[in-house]
Design a protein around this ligand. Structure first.
Ligand code: ASP
Length: 306
């Protein structure tokens, strides 16, 4: 058995570890871990308390993958619900679709009695408004939101380029490999922007035969490179997990135009080996690791590659 979670996911690691170690279903264990993060007001990039988009709306993305059946569930731009990861799980189990976004996702959340929540905290609202005041002129402020957001989309990102999804990966006692993600995406994103977290194959992928991969940071890049699916496919083609991640990093390195930033790749294989690499990370990146020969999860530093 193995559990990986990124540092953003710290507050749910104990929950996920206890369930996995207690021989519970691995996908359920990591969803329950992620729910702790979604609920926490200390994490401003996942769930409640997340930073809003340019219009001041907190919109949430999440996805889950069952690596045995390759069934997936993903939700994008979900507003006003506490646990997008639970909504994603319900999409996987109850619908013949893989991804729901926007109004339809909200309707589905209501139909399954998902827990409603106003995810915009007073603190986030204040910071958002202060940011707007900095990049709008007086006339734009008066007519906001009836302005061309395009004019401020780039400027609004720069001062507060806050990243970080939470990602969890596991292999449980039945050898099932699972992965799950949850995020509020970029702070001050253009409304409707989806990152890689709900895009199966970009920010998240799992296949119990080979392994799983989930990414954080610049989703624009992993969407273009199909990073999560590539890592699992490279393992299928015979690479070790470390080689597969390096190959995916080479794919990212090949991107020369468009929005370029940093990416962290988290991957496990079907033999409890793992690789976590921070590509062009400006700061050190940490992750939680537990395998069943360790008494409890420990924090490690990701390898950094340029
Ligand atoms: N990958 C996420 C996104 O693009 C953000 C992050 O992990 O920092 O929405």
């Amino acid at each position: 058995m193995i559990l990986i979670a990124n540092k953003e996911g710290s507050c749910g690691v104990e929950t996920a570890f206890t369930a996995l170690n207690g021989r519970k279903d691995g996908l359920r264990a990591i969803i329950d871990g992620i729910k702790c993060v979604e609920k926490s007001l200390d994490i401003h990039t996942v769930g409640r308390g997340g930073w809003p988009d340019l219009l001041g709306d907190v919109t949430l993305d999440a996805s889950v993958i069952d690596g045995d059946s390759l069934q997936t569930g993903a939700v994008g731009a979900l507003k006003n619900y506490l646990h997008p990861v639970e909504v994603a799980y319900a999409i996987m189990r109850q619908l013949d679709h893989e991804i729901l976004v926007g109004d339809g996702a909200q309707r589905f959340a209501a139909e399954i009695n998902a827990e409603p929540c106003d995810n915009l905290t007073e603190q986030a609202k204040t910071v958002w408004h202060r940011g707007l005041e900095k990049c709008l002129n007086r006339q734009q402020l008066q007519t906001f939101p009836e302005i061309r957001l395009l004019d401020i989309a780039k400027r609004a990102q720069d001062p507060e380029k806050v990243f970080d999804t939470t990602v969890y990966l596991s292999r449980d006692c039945d050898n099932k490999i699972s992965s799950a993600t949850s995020t509020s995406g970029w702070a001050w994103k253009y409304p409707g922007r989806l990152g890689d977290s709900p895009v199966i194959g970009a920010g998240n992928y799992a296949d119990s035969r080979y392994g799983a991969c989930a990414c954080t940071h610049t989703g624009e890049m992993t969407i273009r490179a199909g990073t999560a699916r590539s890592v699992v496919l490279y393992m299928k083609m015979g690479m070790s997990v470390a080689e597969a991640v390096r190959e995916a990093v080479a794919d990212l390195r090949h991107l020369k135009q468009g929005y370029l930033g940093e990416v962290t790749i988290h991957a496990i294989d079907a033999h409890d080996k793992h690789s976590v690499v921070s590509f062009r990370g400006a700061e050190p990146v940490y992750y939680w690791l537990w395998t069943d020969n360790m008494p409890k999860p420990e924090l490690f530093q990701a390898e950094r590659l340029d």
